[in-house]
Design a protein around this ligand. Structure first.
Ligand code: ZN
Length: 80
């Protein structure tokens, strides 16, 4: 049986942090490194919630509009 495609959680921008895990970590510990695993039935303990392909593309385009195009337009203005 083919496994359904889900975006890899290891690329920046493909997932959001799990808010349920964040709340549990606030209570469990405050150490910045080597956190204990927290049981979570929202994300199955992974700590992230995968975004849909459409949401990944939408966010990437939004970042490109925010960062890339203003810089390009400014560069074109300098060339003229
Ligand atoms: Zn979680």
């Amino acid at each position: 049986m083919a496994e359904a495609f889900t975006a890899t959680p290891y690329l920046h921008g493909n997932c959001e942090p799990c808010p349920a895990c964040a709340l549990r970590r606030e209570v469990a510990d405050s150490a910045p490194i080597l956190r204990a695993e927290v049981p979570c039935n929202v994300c199955a303990g992974r700590g992230y919630l995968p975004l849909s392909d459409a949401e990944i593309v939408a966010r990437t385009c939004e970042e490109a509009r925010r960062l890339f195009w203003p810089a390009r337009v400014a560069a074109w203005g300098r060339q003229a």
